[in-house]
Design a binder for this molecule. Sequence first.
Ligand SMILES: [Zn+2]
Length: 401
Amino acid sequence: MKRTNTFEVRPRSESDEALLQGVIDATASFWNELTYACRQRFFDDESIWETDEFRGQYKGQLGAVGVQTVTRKNNAAWNSFFALLERGEDASPPGYWENTDDGRDLRVFVRNDSYEIQWGEYSRVEVPVGQDLKDKYNMGYFERLRLEVRGDPKWSGEQGELEIQYDEVEDTYRAYQPVTIDESELDSPLASEEAALDLGVNNLVACTTTTGEQYLYDGEELFEQFRATTEEIGRLKSKLPPEQDTSRQIRRLYRKRSRRRSHAQKALARDLVERLHDEGIATVYIGDLTGVMEPQPSPEINEKLNHFWAVTQFIDQLRSVCGEYGIQVQEKSETWTSQACPDCGEQAETVRHRETLACSCGLDGHADLTAAETLLRWNTDQQVRPMARPVRFQWDNYEWR
Ligand SMILES: [Zn+2]
């Protein structure tokens, strides 16, 4: 079974960064030249499987293995294309890695047997580069480009091909490492616990579990970024000539905005579900969305939910990751959970003020967490353990920390 470790990598110096960019640029040029040559042959009705002419050309930058890896990736793209054609489907031949509005498509592939990751206090990954680039950056013959790794591996097993992507929007390098793991690693021996989620916009997710864990995913930082981008879009729009309703720059900002959100959503779903899996959670209750607007349905919150956070898209994301981990998702009515006291059950006399919920029984809790806890207590047959101190996660443009 395959799983993917994702982590951030960072060059240790400006010179290392220039070197990494050199590898990335060479990979893109190589991919594009290869693709161009293949497309020419394809449109001339010739066989595309003769790409040896490029081997020498990029070896100095990518190394022999690097050249081979890009070639194989490119061949794989053509094979998929031909397979689609054979099935009579409408398909277009592999394309170029171009400058697009939302940033260039930039990445490096490293074959599974040619990189090494050392995990620990100073995690790092070493990747091979071609001799010409080594010479240019004064690296020794046996030296490799060494990058710092930020984040921990979630999975261990046989390592697959490493892919490092450069995100121009965030100016970060993200690494994706597929690993083949033992099936048995997926069986959680405890998997009988339950959790409930309260979804919102200030806190995107508040979660409580029957094991007594409480998590809060804070949406403030993301929303601030969203708001700033939206304002910038508005400013640019107001400057457009009357006959024009958009521009390249505006389209780029829209894409940047939605790309940032989907990255944060995917990362949140994965971070949360992996925590739940580790806790032995088998079932997750999600309040249906009518509850999100309680106690006062506000157009502003509604707008934020759909426009900023795209909450239904997030739920789909969450369902899919839960499915991957064998966790069942149940939507439950959430009406009143945000007003109810999880300790004594009082609903009418509680006082909700901003982030807190207070009850005459003495409860004074975080409103979103108490809502999640109430939803959990109302739906589970299990005993709920005393709640631990909540853990709050914030988005740092790369992961939830
Ligand atoms: Zn109470």
